[in-house]
Design a protein around this ligand. Structure first.
Ligand code: S3P
Length: 446
């Protein structure tokens, strides 16, 4: 049964809002914990459906994964190439990151692992990881077009490769490096545009040897020495900047708001949205900057104010790839035009986010254009009409983006199904309502 929600005009948003743990780092902490020998403790794990599916997957590979009464998760790993062959199909739910990283895990030893996922994940392309892993000797059986369900068949002997990413994708980089753990020799990934580096940071944290060289033009060359001994480590997961984006933009847009978002990850390869919002004139302060378990974090203080439309260059996209839906909402409320360039990867996310944002904003009365892979939003500088229901198509970020827009709409704005929000931001509506939002079951309440 779908659970529609209606977001009406909000009171000024105030208070300290604790955003859940980083999804990228949460998936990786469970995976590296499972590939390490000894105990890994994880504080602040995102307990969303995507990550819980990865926890179940690591259990299926024979690792002990449990949540302590103190909320700290403990993983007892099996070591590199020490996993069991899962006895059943691994269901990654909605999680592209879970699926693609776990396909790399499944590749690093001679076992056969079956994967599936929900309706969204089953339409997403897996060819992007199958191509490099095939070069390493891995075999696959999938539906047409490299779609799940599918099986990964790890070879007896993995061939280490050097692979240049054809698209900016941390998931593909990570899948190759994870498979490379099982190969004798050096596995190298060359990324023409830098993408989030949590895999490299964590590989080192768990004891692997990783070299990173900067390339001309901003790219990187990442080399992993294969067959390392990984050792269980403590991990502290920062609050997710991709989730913090929603209350942050809400606070910018709802007049009179001021919120504090503590302990948010500020890794520059993840922080493009906040850089962009500041260029648009946003009042965002980074207080108490510090480093926690190898990742930079800060407390974000966000105050409402006017935003100006700007041009967002294509080379910034990898550092804010998940944030375009909420940036498009901010752009709709800014004065003037915002041009977001180079968004081809948005078409293969949990939904076609380029199409979903263009259609949804147009339905709300915003002037929007899609030109090739660019999204152009003509901001009204004021509220939107609303009064419509947006189909979210199993996409958590489309759902949350339009609930934020509802907070500044004349007639309220509904989404047809809130279920997907639990993949990354359990408790989103309650947290926002506690700060001053008015999100309630709907749309029959409209
Ligand atoms: C992620 C990488 C990005 C991002 C996803 C998380 C990761 O995907 O969209 O939400 O944790 O590596 P791509 O690598 O496909 O761009």
């Amino acid at each position: 049964m779908p659970t529609p929600l209606l977001s009406r005009r909000a009171r000024p948003l105030t208070g300290t809002l604790r955003v859940p743990g980083d999804k990228s780092i949460s998936h990786r902490s469970l995976i590296f914990g499972g590939l390490a020998v000894g105990e890994t403790t994880i504080a602040g794990l995102l307990e969303g459906e995507d990550v819980l599916a990865t926890a179940a997957a690591m259990q299926a590979f024979g690792c002990a994964v449990e949540r302590g009464a103190d909320g700290v998760w403990r993983v007892h790993g099996r070591g590199v190439s020490g996993l069991d062959e899962p006895a059943d199909v691994i269901d990654c739910g909605n999680a592209g990151t879970g699926a693609r990283l776990l396909m790399g895990v499944a590749a690093q030893q001679p076992i056969t692992t079956f994967f599936t996922g929900d309706g969204s994940l089953r339409r997403r392309p897996m060819g992007r990881v199958m191509t490099p892993l095939s070069q390493m000797g891995v075999q696959f059986v999938t539906r047409a077009g490299g779609r799940l369900p599918g099986a990964v068949i790890g070879p007896e002997v993995l061939v280490p490769i050097e692979y240049t990413l054809p698209m900016a994708s941390a998931q593909v980089k990570s899948a190759v490096l994870l498979a490379g753990l099982g190969a004798a020799g050096e596995t190298t990934v060359i990324e023409p545009k830098p993408t989030r580096d949590h895999t490299e940071t964590m590989l080192r944290h768990f004891g692997a040897e990783v070299r990173v060289e900067a390339l001309d033009g901003g790219g990187r060359r990442v080399t992993l020495v294969g067959q390392p001994e990984l050792t269980g480590r403590p991990v502290v997961v920062p609050a997710d900047p991709s989730s913090a984006a929603f209350p942050a933009v809400a606070a910018l847009l709802v007049e009179g708001s001021e919120v504090t978002l503590p302990g948010v990850g500020t890794n520059p390869l993840r922080f493009g949205l906040f850089e962009t919002l500041k260029e648009m004139g946003a009042d965002i302060t980074l207080a108490n900057p510090r480093t926690e378990a190898g990742e930079p974090v800060a407390d974000l203080i966000v105050r409402a104010g006017r935003l100006q439309g700007i041009e967002v260059p294509a080379d910034r996209a990898p550092s804010m790839i998940d944030e375009y839906p909420i940036l498009a909402v901010a752009a709709a409320m800014a004065e003037g035009t915002t041009v977001m360039r180079g968004l081809e990867e948005l078409r293969v996310k949990e939904s076609d986010r380029l199409g979903a944002m263009a259609r949804g904003l147009a339905d709300c009365g915003v002037r929007v254009e899609v030109a090739g892979d660019d999204l152009i939003v003509h901001g009204g500088g004021n509220g939107v009409a609303g009064g419509v229901t947006i189909p979210v198509d199993l996409d958590h970020r489309i759902a949350m983006a339009f609930l934020v827009l509802g907070m500044v709409s004349e007639e309220g704005l509904a989404i047809d199904d809130a279920a997907a929000i639990a993949t990354s931001f359990p408790g989103f509506a309650d947290l926002m309502n506690g700060a001053g939002a008015a999100i309630a079951p709907g749309p029959e309440a409209a």
